[in-house]
Every structure is written in structure tokens, then in C-alpha cells.
Design a protein around this ligand. Structure first.
Ligand code: PEP
Ligand code: MN
Length: 302
């Protein structure tokens, strides 16, 4: 790794690739995130009704998603907007997992809620507004659940990695980084999708990196192209908002794909996934192979 990255990310040494760790694989149910496969997490912004959630779970599973997303606790820009169903929403997610076989990712917003959310979710999502909430990061880390750490909307990559390091420091190595767009001077899109962050992190960090094209774009028409770009950038997966009736969604309807648009997007991914697989294979061949003895010595020393 180039010296410049070691210097720039000196405060988060354990998230960087090293001789000891080139890639973290996060195990969730029977899935291995970071193993080279591209994983799709899909579902509504918020958990709304049981029938909508169930229909979405069944649909996205059939189209190739392996993880169901949906917020039961919602951080909203306005205090008057729908705040989520809370515990009732978590129970609906658990029933959707039983019905569909999908793993569940859902946001946890406060330290006190961690035990309850961790009792229902397979992956805890830390949202953009909480990336630097260290008490929450610590509680999430201690829950033992994998953590999906979204990038703060105004956070540098160094700050984001520092938060990941904090989770590692509290004994949880299962962190998935999620690029969801950052605030820039551009206002036409909801956020600016920082694809270079994905490219950089795939080179320097052993943690799985996924993209959130929905919150980056803020507009459903742009989502499929951003998703394909995430594949080309060799992300480990994506998290995307899907709703049976976006026009009547309780949150983020404008950026949610309906079922037909989700199917269409998934159907266009294959050539990009094939190119990604070729690129990953050739990179694997190029990677310097450490001798087993060398690795053993390092383990003994470090
Ligand atoms: C969400 O996933 O619905 C969400 C609120 O995401 P973010 O924290 O990235 O805005
Ligand atoms: Mn949302």
C-alpha cells in the first residue's frame, strides 16, 4: 500500500489491508458478504404495513436480493414526519425473514434501542446522521451483530474510517461500509455519489464496501445507472429502496423503485457483474501471495 494512505488514515490502522488481513468476510445467515459475490439488499425506506412489507420481501427475493431492508426507527429531516413503527416494525421484519428467507438490515438510532433492534435484526444499520455518535457505535459493536456503517453526509473518508475503527476497537470486526452520497454544492441530486470513495476503499480497506444508490440519487430514475456504476467500481453489494407503490410511500417515495423498475434494473446487471467477476479474478492472480510460513510468523509475533 502506498505510504500516503498509511499516513492519511493513521488513526484507523486496523481497517486498512495488511499482510494479516486482505479481506473481511461478514457472515450473515448463510451469506458471506465480502467473499467476491455482489449482494443486493432491497426493501422500503420505512416498514409500513405487514402486507406491503411481505409483498416487497417476496418480490425482491425472486428478483435476486438476499437481504431485506426497512426502517422501523426513522431519522427524519422534519420532526413532524413519520418516525417509524418501532418495535411493531421490527416484529414485521422478523416475520418477513421467516416468510422469505431474507436476512434483515434495519437502522438503530439510539444506544438504548440497540438490544431490542439486535434481537430482531441480522445487521444493524447506523445512518448517516449517526456516523459519529460514538456511544451508539460502541453499543452497536458490543451487540455482536454485524454493523452497516453509512458514511456521514459531510464526513471525509478518514472520519468515516475512524468510526469503523471505533467499532473494531469495541471487539466487533464485522463492519460493512456504505457509501450513500455526500453533500456538495450540487443540489440537483439529493447527494453526490462519491464513487471514488468506493474505488479507494476497495484498494486500501479489508472491510466490505457497499453502495446506496437510492439516497445518493434521491430520484428513482437515476438509481439503476448508479447501481451499475457501483458494480463496475467493484463494490461488494448495494442497498436499494423498493416499494410496491412509491407514490404513496410514507418516506422516500421519490427515490424508491417500484417492482417493475427493480426487476428491470436487476435484469440489466448481469453484463456488469460478469465484468466485475473477471476483474476480481485477475486482481486475485496479481495479488502478492504470502508464504504460509511468513503468515504464521506474523501471527506469532503480532
Ligand atoms: C435510510 O436508509 O433510509 C436512511 C435514512 O439512510 P441515510 O442514513 O443514508 O440517510
Ligand atoms: Mn430512506
Amino acid at each position: 500500500m502506498r505510504e500516503v494512505w498509511l499516513e492519511r488514515f493513521v488513526e484507523s490502522p486496523d481497517v486498512l489491508k495488511s499482510a494479516r488481513c486482505q479481506q473481511t468476510v461478514v457472515r450473515v445467515l448463510d451469506l458471506e458478504i465480502g467473499n467476491g459475490e455482489f449482494f443486493t439488499m432491497a426493501g422500503p425506506c420505512s416498514v409500513e404495513t405487514e402486507s406491503r412489507l411481505m409483498a416487497t420481501a417476496i418480490h425482491v427475493r425472486r428478483a435476486g436480493a438476499r437481504i431485506l431492508r426497512g426502517g422501523a426507527f426513522k431519522p427524519r429531516s422534519s420532526p413532524y414526519a413519520f418516525q417509524g413503527l418501532g418495535l411493531e416494525g421490527l416484529k414485521m421484519l422478523a416475520r418477513a425473514r421467516d416468510e422469505s428467507g431474507l436476512a434483515i438490515v434495519t437502522e438503530v438510532m439510539s444506544e438504548e434501542d440497540v438490544p431490542m433492534v439486535a434481537a430482531y435484526a441480522d445487521i444493524l444499520q447506523i445512518g448517516t446522521r449517526n456516523m459519529e455518535n460514538y456511544a451508539l457505535l460502541e453499543a452497536a459493536a458490543r451487540s455482536g451483530r454485524p454493523v452497516l456503517l453509512k458514511r456521514g453526509m459531510a464526513a471525509t473518508i478518514a472520519e468515516w474510517l475512524r468510526s469503523a475503527q471505533c467499532i473494531l476497537n469495541h471487539g466487533n470486526p464485522n463492519v460493512i461500509l456504505c457509501e450513500r452520497g455526500i453533500r456538495t454544492f450540487e443540489t440537483a441530486t439529493r447527494n453526490t455519489f462519491d464513487v471514488s470513495a468506493i474505488v479507494l476503499l476497495k484498494q486500501i480497506s479489508h472491510l466490505p464496501v457497499i453502495a446506496d444508490p437510492s439516497h445518493a440519487a434521491g430520484c428513482s430514475e437515476l438509481v439503476p445507472a448508479l447501481a451499475r456504476i457501483a458494480v463496475a467500481a467493484e463494490a461488494d453489494g448495494m442497498i436499494v429502496e423498493v416499494h410496491p407503490d412509491p407514490a404513496n410511500a410514507w418516506s422516500d417515495g421519490g427515490q424508491s423503485l417500484d417492482f417493475a423498475a427493480f426487476d428491470e434494473m436487476m435484469a440489466t446487471m448481469d453484463p456488469y457483474l460478469a465484468l466485475r467477476a473477471i476483474a476480481l479474478r485477475s486482481r486475485e492472480r496479481e495479488a502478492p501471495q504470502l508464504e504460509t510460513d511468513e503468515l504464521r510468523t506474523m501471527e506469532a509475533v503480532g
